[in-house]
Design a protein around this ligand. Structure first.
Ligand code: ADP
Ligand code: MG
Length: 224
């Protein structure tokens, strides 16, 4: 069973004028695979990722994740699927600045209401340890470095053990040292935990070192 299957995706924007942004996109991703999406600015990478993340349902074609058809699900079903199965990491960390590091990581799991607060706290600390943030749990998230904040954002994306982790230029704001740290974390999550990683990047070295590159040009998939 594929982690992700995308079949004949087409999407248009209608404002300010009709614009065919994604053109007949089809590809598949295996479980535990680490895939980079690359392409020039404006080629449709973020638009595609937004569809894959289930946030945008305005397209034709079919998206299947872990064998489950996503296309056609209702908003509340999508929200549930997303919370349980997908973790997101963006270029900007979007941590809540007034909250502690630990609270930021715990929040998505508290929302899911599947585990006790104590259990969630234990898992959050475990993730922070894995990501090298141990010792900073009780600091306000605004009071740690940018590289650390991005790793906290990754911990937050991982707290519900998502089967797929999606990133939109997750290292776009990081120096080369922290970029490598984030890359190595993704690499390990794919290899050791079988989590699937799909990440938009404009970092050539990042892309070259992952398992596979999916390249977009003018809304078309030009290489796989
Ligand atoms: P990338 O992430 O590869 O830089 P995007 O997916 O953000 O590209 O954008 C692809 C194209 O779609 C661009 O030409 C962009 O201007 C256009 N676009 C993006 N979002 C919208 C929108 N909400 N409405 C109209 N056009 C959009
Ligand atoms: Mg983009």
């Amino acid at each position: 069973m594929k982690a992700l299957s995308v079949k004949k995706i087409n999407k248009y924007f209608h404002e300010p004028t009709a614009f065919h942004v994604l053109k007949d996109i089809s590809f598949e991703v295996d479980r535990g695979e680490f895939v980079s999406i690359i392409g020039k600015s404006g080629s449709g990478k973020s638009t595609l990722l937004y569809l894959l993340s289930t946030m945008d349902t305005n397209y034709t074609g079919e998206i299947t994740m872990g064998g489950k058809a996503i296309t056609g699900l209702k908003q509340n079903q999508l929200a549930k699927f997303r919370n349980e199965h997908i973790g997101f990491v963006f270029q900007f960390h979007y941590l809540l600045p007034e909250f502690t590091v630990l609270d930021n990581v715990m929040l998505p799991a508290l929302k899911l209401m599947k585990k006790s607060k104590e259990e969630i706290k234990g898992e959050a600390i475990e993730l922070l340890t894995l990501l090298g943030i141990k010792g900073h749990e009780y600091k306000q998230s605004s009071k740690i470095s940018g590289g650390q904040q991005q790793r906290v954002a990754i911990a937050r994306a991982l707290i519900n053990s998502p089967s797929i982790i999606m990133g939109d230029e997750p290292t776009g704001n990081l120096d080369s040292k922290n970029t490598k740290v984030v890359f190595d974390i993704f690499r390990e999550l794919a290899k050791e935990r079988g989590q699937t990683i799909i990440s938009v990047t404009h970092d050539d070295e990042f892309a070259a070192n992952c398992d596979r590159i999916v390249e977009l040009s003018d809304g078309k998939l030009i290489s796989e």
